[in-house]
Design a protein around this ligand. Structure first.
Ligand code: BV8
Ligand code: ZN
Length: 270
């Protein structure tokens, strides 16, 4: 029995959501940028800060921007790598890891599929079933896909252009290991997320505006498969009107409260 921290969270988890979670054997958590907001990582829609404030991430996260000016786009990703490396997993990330660890020995699962390209779930101790938009730290050759594993130095202060490294195998430019707008998602990642979401006993959608497809289709696919879907977000989103349960709270407050309530009822399940 994993000792659950006495409920230190300032909110009480809604009884209907606690009951759904207590009855579940497999919970799938679909996360977006809001999951990392309380770690200080700006969400995709928040105005960017500093040097990058005047650029639109939707423009920058595209193959066209990369082809137009690799050094400019690479500098943006190096800045973001620095932001994430300087951030720490928040209580929401940690709560999900604690939940999965407590349930796993009893054949119960908490699986995470994320849009986020940061590594905060992993650094909190979670295994991530799918990073459907890739990872900020998985650089690869733009031509031969060879992974680039040398360290990338983040300059002290943000600079607007940094020449990307060259591939040791073919000499082409090394690109960020993320999925840009207009690019296909990694086949296996999305399929794994879809399979898990539609076979789960409960789906939690945490910190996503539900704008970016095909990930935004996952909660709907789960609902259509008869899976109860809960939205954890301080505000309404594109998904809200399609979702059964909404919990207007931040991830770092809601998730610890939910996990405390679920684990206080025991881990073996009904
Ligand atoms: C695709 C990696 C098939 C990069 C990202 C025209 C041509 C081509 C495609 C399209 C097109 N028109 C539409 C499309 C599809 C397009 C799309 O969906 N566009 C949108 C804008 C309409 N999708 C794609 O292109 C995808 N590929 O469709 O391939 C294809 C291919 C060719 C041609 C046709 C089809 C690829 C999409 C992947 C893009 N890459 N990331 C990088 O990071 O640099 S997406 C990026 O933005 C993030 O990964 C994330 O997924 C998304 C941001 O969304 P959110 O995570 O939801 O974050 P957001 O800021 O929006 O919201 C934050 C939420 O958190 C808010 O609701 C807020 O209230 C909440 N919040 C705040 N604080 C908290 C909180 N919640 C909880 N707690 C808190 N404390
Ligand atoms: Zn190469």
């Amino acid at each position: 029995m994993v000792p659950t921290s006495p409920s230190s969270s300032p909110v009480a988890a809604p009884a209907d959501i606690v009951s759904l979670a207590r009855d579940a054997r497999t919970v799938v958590v679909l996360t977006g940028a809001g999951m990392s907001a309380e770690s200080g990582v700006p969400t995709f829609r928040d105005a960017q800060t500093g040097l990058w404030a005047r650029f639109d991430p939707m423009e920058l996260a595209t193959p066209e921007a990369w082809k137009r000016d690799r050094a400019f786009v690479w500098a943006w990703y190096v800045w973001r790598m620095g932001l994430v490396s300087g951030a720490r997993p928040n209580a929401g990330h940690r709560a999900l890891a604690r939940w999965a660890d407590a349930w796993h020995p009893h054949g119960r699962h908490v699986r995470i599929a994320t849009q986020n390209v940061d590594d905060l779930h992993e650094r909190a101790g979670s295994e991530v079933l799918a990073h459907v938009h890739g990872s900020l730290f998985a650089h690869r050759c733009e031509r031969c896909d060879t992974p680039y594993e040398d360290p990338v130095v983040t300059p002290e202060s943000p600079v607007e252009r940094i020449e990307p490294p060259s591939c040791a195998r073919c000499g082409a430019a090394v690109r960020p290991g993320v999925v840009w707008f207009g690019e296909m998602l990694p086949e296996g990642e999305f399929a794994a997320a879809l399979d898990a979401a539609t076979r789960a006993d409960l789906v939690l959608v945490v910190g996503t505006s539900g704008i970016v497809h095909p990930f935004a289709g996952l909660p709907l696919a789960a609902r259509d498969a008869g899976v109860p879907v809960v939205e954890v977000n301080p505000v309404d989103t594109e998904l809200t009107h399609l979702i059964d349960y909404r919990w207007r709270a931040g991830a770092a407050v809601a998730l610890p409260a939910l996990v405390d309530a679920v684990l206080s009822a025991g881990v073996v399940g009904r």
